[in-house]
Write a protein that binds this ligand. Sequence first.
Ligand code: NI
Length: 231
Amino acid sequence: MAIAAVAVTLAPAPALAQAPAKEVDCTEVKCVALTFDDGPGKYAGTLLDTLKKYDAKATFFLEGQYVKTRPAYVKRMAKEGHELGNHSYKHPDFTKLTAPAIRAEIQKTNDEIKKAAGVEPKLLRPPYGLGDIQTSEVAAEFGMPIVLWTGGSRDWETKNEAAIKKQTLAVAKGNSIVLMHDWVKQTVDAMPAIIQTLQKNGYHLVKVSDIIKHEDLQPGDAFPVPEGWDK
Ligand code: NI
């Protein structure tokens, strides 16, 4: 019987259509959350291929207007284990809107994401990372914490592959939340090298929720705590 048991142990694991989600504890291992705003951008498909190849997870803060025009990418993001967040419908500055207008921006985007991928976003990132007490109050109505970033790739500014790689690696430290954009072609082009370097340095590329779950954020709370919101 012992021989039979060994044979069972040595049998190869059956190939799974989709790998089960791995539990990563970011208090135990080094984690970085790459976050992509304003999408799905037109290079999202290439980015998703890269993330899949390196078994990396990411978070997408989506704009409702592009979810509506590119729903297949959004469906794929959810299916492949990435996190979907709300980045408004048309990217207005929330500090210049009334509460009902903010509410509509969030609701319309949640509705499009639900329609495209069958999931409801749990996190909000207001456009430009700008907000105030009113933004927090509306986010709280939706039960959403607000997630900003700890470092930016400055990809929208440099649009240069080498510069994006250098800046991203400079800000990607333990439990960093890095701001990037999947509409910047050079970002998507730089991604294989960025991921390879981070993984070689021992980082796990995780969803933003894996990092903030130790922060005990309540709906309407913003993380990292922004300067100048409490005015
Ligand atoms: Ni944005």
